[in-house]
Ligand binder design. Structure first.
Ligand code: PMP
Length: 453
């Protein structure tokens, strides 16, 4: 049997894929990647695909980047792993310092983990434990409808995407849930004015009223950093994040900002918080932290939070949390190189015209019969497919319309993974303007082709 054939067979026989209906997957022809180069990946048949979603939103400088490769190879020749429980390793120390230097000044201490969900899980536990150590009974979290913070039970508890989360309800802890800023803004002010500051003022009045009546037992306000990504790229209206900061300050509530998707350039800034000059008390990072190479995540906190965990050993105030691979040296050495590439290749500077180009080109999509909304936040975009534009009627869930469009795009050499019927555009930041144009051309044509189905 040819290698490509037995790999396909084994993939279906042994491998349970995440967020995948395996019955359907096993009936279909699937992409099995063998290698990557820049913004392209190559499958086991030798076909080339433009990676339109940056390998699930994490690739920054392209696949197989020489500098990131070198960092990994050099480190593996020294040591692949050593625990950080009561000990340390060189790349983890250096990268912690790097992170503190580039994140908002209030954030001074880094707690490592491996994935975005863990970074959020840790953020939640730290916030709860912080108030406990201070002798205050504040144990409730304010969360947003349509939020996504990962798939562990804690991060699902603070999440709000019904189709992913409702099945686990009996396992989750109780939270306060406020409306999704974008969806509420559209409801209140209409799509045209949804993102304006005046709309924020309306939304914030309600948020503030809620917090005024409930603040005593609230440990933290948990939210993504400016856009609800997994909900379908739903941007916050202008000033929303800043207003939440103000409210948290006023009512003595910690602000946990999830920068897992937006961090490391995706927003057009290194961190989305910078856009509105917001400094959270706790920030979660993941995805692009290693340029998309290795599982690494970090929860970064203020000095004040860190200090609340200090004490004599017998006081048992310290943070009882840690994973086997926490602060892995391979991941941290690539993460250090990732930041160096940001500098050397002027990644953020070169990104700005591409964000503008994306904005210009997205305009065209409004003309399509099956496009109901077009949303952009920095270098990420979502195009909402609808069956009937006038009635804003979705396609039936089981029809997998987004998937159909993605399959058509695959035939033209572009790989994307839609969020239901939202077509996501999230290529590596390093993509060229020409490649971006190609991605958008292919997406446009493929959505248009729905008109003939
Ligand atoms: N938070 C946000 C905002 C995310 O978008 C994601 C992943 N899409 C996560 C957390 C979870 O990260 P991970 O998949 O690495 O656990």
């Amino acid at each position: 049997m040819l290698k490509k054939d037995y790999l396909k067979e084994w993939d279906k026989e042994y491998f349970w894929h995440p967020f995948t209906q395996m019955k359907v997957y096993r009936e279909e022809e699937n992409l099995i990647v063998e290698r990557g180069e820049g913004v392209y990946v190559y499958d086991i048949n030798g076909n080339r695909y433009l990676d339109g979603v940056a390998s699930l939103w994490c690739n920054v400088h392209g696949h197989n980047h020489p500098k990131l490769n070198r960092a990994l190879i050099e480190q593996v020749g020294k040591i692949a792993h050593f625990t950080t429980l009561g000990a340390s390793n060189v790349p983890a120390v250096v990268f912690a310092k790097n992170l503190v230097e580039i994140t908002p000044p209030k954030l001074t201490k880094v707690f490592y983990s491996e994935d975005g969900a863990e970074a959020m899980e840790i953020a939640i536990k730290i916030a709860y434990h912080y108030w406990h150590n201070k002798g205050e009974k504040k144990a409730k979290f304010v969360t947003l409808s349509e939020a996504y913070h990962g798939d562990t039970i804690g991060s699902v508890s603070v999440g709000g995407i019904n189709i992913f989360h409702e099945k686990y309800k009996p396992l989750l802890f109780d939270v306060y849930k406020l409306p999704s800023p974008y969806l509420e803004a559209v409801r209140k002010a209409g799509r045209e004015k949804a993102l304006e500051y005046d709309t924020t003022k309306i939304l914030i009045e309600e948020v503030e009223d809620f917090i005024f009546h409930n603040h005593q037992d609230i440990a933290a306000f948990v939210l993504e950093a400016g856009v609800q990504g997994a909900a379908g790229i739903l941007p916050f209206p202008k000033g929303y994040l800043k207003e939440i900061r103000r409210i948290c300050d006023e009512y003595n509530i910690l602000m946990i900002v999830d920068e897992v998707a937006t961090g490391f350039g995706r927003s057009g800034y290194m961190f989305a918080c910078e856009k509105e000059g917001v400094e959270p008390d706790i920030m979660a990072l993941g995805k692009g932290i290693t340029g998309g190479y290795l599982p690494l995540a970090a929860t970064i906190v203020t000095e004040e939070i860190f200090n609340a965990f200090l004490g004599e050993f017998g006081e048992a105030k310290h943070f009882y949390h840690g994973h086997t691979y926490t602060g892995n040296p391979l991941a941290c050495s690539v993460a250090i190189a990732n930041l160096e590439v940001f500098d050397e290749e002027q990644t953020l500077k070169k990104l700005q015209p591409k964000i503008e180009l994306l904005e210009e080109r997205l305009e065209e999509f409004w003309s399509l019969k099956h496009v109901g909304d077009v949303r952009q936040y920095g270098f990420m975009a979502g195009i909402q497919l609808v069956k009937d534009k006038e009635k804003n009627e979705p396609f039936p869930y089981g029809e997998r319309t987004g998937f159909k469009v993605a399959r058509m795009m695959m035939d033209k050499g572009v790989w994307v993974r839609p969020l239901g019927d939202v077509m996501v555009i999230m290529p590596p930041l390093v993509i060229s303007e020409k490649e971006l144009e190609y991605l958008l051309d292919v997406m446009f044509e493929s959505i248009k082709a729905l008109e003939n189905i």
